[in-house]
Ligand binder design. Structure first.
Ligand code: AMP
Ligand code: MG
Length: 327
């Protein structure tokens, strides 16, 4: 299949593809999404084929307004309405009771549907032009780091999807927070762009992400995607605590050119690394992480050394991705 590339000024073309049951990738504020008409089962099936995504990993449906929300979810809990009022548009995905019209392909057979109203102007405009809710997982081959640039989407999916919108690199760079609003108290299923501290300002009872659970207990919390490997580059990811970099590196000392580094502190001898990415804060670290992984693979690096951060605020989501990548 020939993939057509669209600029941000050519969104009608990308919307036309979606209306016709084809796939188009587009930027959001979190990562690039691979979009299909959420109400067209054939189109949704193409997402799983293009990504190589397991069929039991449900998709997030992106909406542009309340009318789209009403097409896919019903009996929306009051707490979910309060969270929408505060965090939409934005990086919060809410798991809600689904309407029967939503294909079980989208929800992997669950009786709930994950919904998000993104804040990225291109994403919102594309959903509006397509005139339908858009099911969109991250626009990468399954298991690979999520795509934060259109070039990364192209590396993974050129020739496998009909269109790619060439937006800017994404600003947040990690995926959305997923919150199950159908249970009481609500529970964070995946940490992301909206932090627990922020969520608790709306509902103090919200349960934190329990990322240390085994796969079996994760199935118990009902977010099937979490049991899969994620975010992994070909290079080995090593997560180390600040201050122990030098001793961690002993085993690679004679091959430092094979090591790429990302973190908040400056390594004492940066010139010897294949690449050194020193970030000024956790936000910049989150935004650059997946691109660092992908660049390491393009350069043929053997290791990516990542400095651990404190697990507060965005640090919870960042550490979750680092752990999964290093598994
Ligand atoms: P991705 O689109 O690749 O960022 O992954 C979507 C995430 O949302 C996965 O971790 C899914 O398990 C989760 N998800 C989607 N729908 C549901 C749902 N109905 N219930 C629980 N988790 C969901
Ligand atoms: Mg994904």
């Amino acid at each position: 299949m020939k993939t057509t590339y669209f600029s941000a000024l050519e969104l009608e073309g990308a919307a036309e593809l979606i209306k016709n049951g084809e796939l188009a990738a587009f930027p959001t504020e979190t990562v690039y999404g691979l979009g299909a008409d959420a109400l067209n089962e054939n189109a949704v099936q193409k997402i799983f084929e293009a990504k190589g995504r397991p069929a039991d990993n449900p998709l997030i449906v992106h909406v542009a307004d309340d009318s789209h929300l009403a097409l896919i979810a019903s009996n929306i809990p009051v707490v979910a309405q309060e969270l929408m009022a505060r965090f939409w548009p934005g990086a919060l995905t809410l798991v809600l009771p689904k309407r029967p019209e939503v294909s079980s392909l989208v929800t992997a057979g669950l009786n709930t549907v994950a919904v998000r109203l993104p804040s990225h102007p291109i994403a919102i405009e594309l959903i509006r032009l397509a005139g339908t809710p858009i099911a969109a997982p991250s626009a990468n081959r399954s298991g690979r780091p999520s795509a934060t640039t259109w070039q990364a989407v192209a590396d993974d999916l050129d020739g496998r999807i009909a269109g790619i919108v060439k937006g800017e690199p994404t600003s947040f760079g990690l995926e959305s927070t997923v919150l199950d609003a159908t249970c009481d108290p609500p529970r964070v299923l995946r940490p992301g762009g909206v932090t627990l501290e922020q969520l608790k300002e709306v509902c103090d009872a919200i349960q934190p992400y329990s990322g240390g659970l085994s796969n079996q207990s994760l199935q118990g919390v009902n977010s099937p995607g979490l049991k899969y490997k994620h975010y992994q580059p070909q290079a080995k990811v090593v997560v180390f605590t600040a201050g122990v970099l030098e001793s961690e590196l002993q085993r690679a000392l004679d091959r430092l050119d094979q090591v790429h580094y990302i973190g908040l502190s400056s390594p004492s001898n940066p010139m010897r690394f294949g690449s050194t990415q020193v970030c000024s804060d956790v936000g910049e670290y989150a935004a650059k992480l997946f691109d660092t992984f992908r660049k390491a693979d393009i350069a043929g690096a053997e290791w990516v050394y990542c400095e651990a951060v404190s697990e507060i605020g965005i640090g919870v989501a960042l550490m979750d991705r680092l752990r999964r990548a290093s598994q």
